[in-house]
Design a protein around this ligand. Structure first.
Ligand SMILES: [Zn+2]
Length: 287
């Protein structure tokens, strides 16, 4: 997960098209009974969201070979589960067509989250229940992501509202992601970020770097050419650094690999070449 600045682009014009005015008006009168029109919120925003999120799922950062889906961060419907009422008893019907409430997810993250929306402390005390104040008047705050975030303290992290995701997560070198805060723990659990497909991708990323460096080590063992060895290592170090960029898949994981190279990569190399490889890596990092 990486920070995204949605204010850098405007609301897609299709979502604000006057042809939806009547639909949006019925949303506020019908509330939970409203039949949400996906043509309005999905078809008009999917391209802008895909572009803004660099073709990646907002949560798991997968990129390759998949279509993104438009998810309501605050679920539009209540969670009909009487044993887990703390999740989301009421739903956020009024945000069904609100740009700031829409994020792109892969189908697996979307299905896993469903309409769960837990808050800090697992209490409904701070949950905002309607688009209106006690007098029944529509309240602008109730559409503001920042205000809602402050009011409710959600446990699910949001790329457009939260920051410093490295403080919320850490990765083991066997592909497991761990939460370091209550928000990190709940985000991992809700979206199932330790599911097999994601763990496999993380392990594969790590193994690809180890394999590339091992090939350089084999070559070096044969020809003893120091500058060629150093050049091959630097090519791999550059790949890791490039993949930390926010536009790349699994960029947060790459951030960890780059920061803790010794743990993720070096510890899988032949013992005798670890000090030299680490030395070259630290030199590369210091440049
Ligand atoms: Zn995902």
């Amino acid at each position: 997960m990486v920070p995204i600045n949605k204010t850098s682009i405007g609301v897609p014009t299709g979502l604000n098209d006057p042809k939806w005015n009547a639909l949006k008006a019925t949303l506020l009168t019908e509330q939970h009974a409203h039949n949400v029109e996906s043509k309005c919120y999905r078809d008009t925003t999917i391209n802008a969201l895909t572009l803004l999120y660099k073709d990646k799922c907002a949560i798991c950062e997968r990129k390759r070979g998949m279509e993104l889906q438009v998810d309501h961060y605050r679920p539009k419907k209540p969670r009909n589960n009487t044993t887990n009422t703390q999740y989301n008893q009421s739903g956020y019907y009024w945000l069904a067509y609100t740009w700031s409430n829409l994020i792109p997810l892969c189908s697996k993250c979307n299905n896993n989250k469903s309409n769960k929306f837990p808050l800090v402390g697992w209490t409904n005390t701070n949950r905002v229940l309607s688009h209106a104040d006690v007098s029944g008047a529509t309240v602008a705050n109730h559409y503001s992501l920042a205000w809602l975030h402050q009011q409710e303290q959600p446990l699910l992290l949001h790329p457009e509202q939260d920051r410093q995701f490295e403080a919320h997560f850490s990765f083991n070198n066997d592909g497991f992601i761990e939460g370091r805060t209550p928000q990190g723990i709940e985000t991992i659990q809700t979206y199932k970020l330790n599911r097999n497909d994601l763990r496999r991708e993380r392990i594969k990323i790590q193994q690809n770097y180890v394999t590339a460096i091992n090939a350089a080590i084999d070559e070096y063992s044969t020809n003893g050419n120091e500058s060629e060895f150093r050049g091959a290592l630097i090519a791999t170090f550059r790949r890791i650094k490039k993949n930390m960029h926010q536009s790349e898949a699994h960029s947060l994981y790459h951030f960890y690999i780059y920061r803790y190279f010794d743990y993720y990569i070096n510890s899988f190399l032949p013992l005798g070449l670890r000090p030299k490889t680490l030395q070259y890596f630290n030199q590369f990092k210091a440049r």
